[in-house]
Design a protein around this ligand. Structure first.
Ligand SMILES: [Zn+2]
Length: 116
């Protein structure tokens, strides 16, 4: 599950968020215990019925370790599943009622909430 690209994606994520990537805390153990402990959650939250592509640009969401996917409210008030490029260009933000960030977990074969 680990690869050079994942290491790069993780590095970029950590630079943008200023915290360790959640996956780096638990995924290596195969249990996500570190993830749950740090974020004080009892279970890993995954996205139910995830879309295949970005609502705005139709780019495919890549099911690769740590790839991002956003569920966010745009400036028009509409919610959408967005890629990082669209999330940034549409000036979306993370937080309750605004937007959530998910990252693909190979271990869970699902998009796991990591921020927002
Ligand atoms: Zn997009």
């Amino acid at each position: 599950m680990s690869d050079d690209n994942w290491d790069l994606r993780r590095k970029l994520w950590e630079e943008a968020h200023g915290t360790p990537h959640p996956f780096s805390l638990g995924a290596v153990l195969g249990t996500f215990e570190g993830f749950k402990e740090r974020y004080n959650v009892s279970e890993v939250k995954t996205y139910i019925n995830p879309p295949d592509e970005c609502d705005a640009c139709q780019a495919s969401f890549i099911r690769r370790e740590g790839e991002p996917m956003f569920d966010a409210r745009t400036t028009t008030g509409q919610w959408g599943n967005l890629c990082r490029v669209c999330f940034d260009s549409m000036h979306c933000s993370l937080g309750t009622g605004r937007g959530q960030e998910y990252a693909f977990s190979v271990e869970h074969n699902a998009w796991v909430k990591v921020a927002g």
